[in-house]
Design a protein around this ligand. Structure first.
Ligand SMILES: [Zn+2]
Length: 87
């Protein structure tokens, strides 16, 4: 199922529903220099929060949910989250 990204203008944890993205205030200032952390994403299937990098935000590499109970994999494509087919 394709989910449309809901961008939060400010950090309100209660509003981090599945498929919500909050771009970090200091996007690009931490993590790997070549691919720094960029935003927080609530997993579109379980709402677990995870940091995503600039390349993940740009759709260059897939996002894998950090929850042990959920192995969702997806791509961010523009304003949409597209599930990745897993064999
Ligand atoms: Zn998940």
């Amino acid at each position: 199922m394709i989910v449309e990204i809901n961008y939060l203008p400010q950090w309100i944890p209660e509003q981090m529903t599945p498929g919500t993205v909050f771009v970090l205030d200091k996007a690009g200032e931490s993590g790997d220099e070549a691919d720094p952390f960029w935003a927080v994403l609530a997993c579109p299937s379980c709402a677990t929060l995870g940091l995503i990098t600039r390349k993940q935000m740009a759709g260059l590499i897939p996002v894998i949910c950090g929850s042990e109970l959920c192995s969702a994999q997806f791509h961010i494509h523009g304003d949409e989250i597209i599930p990745r087919r897993v064999c």
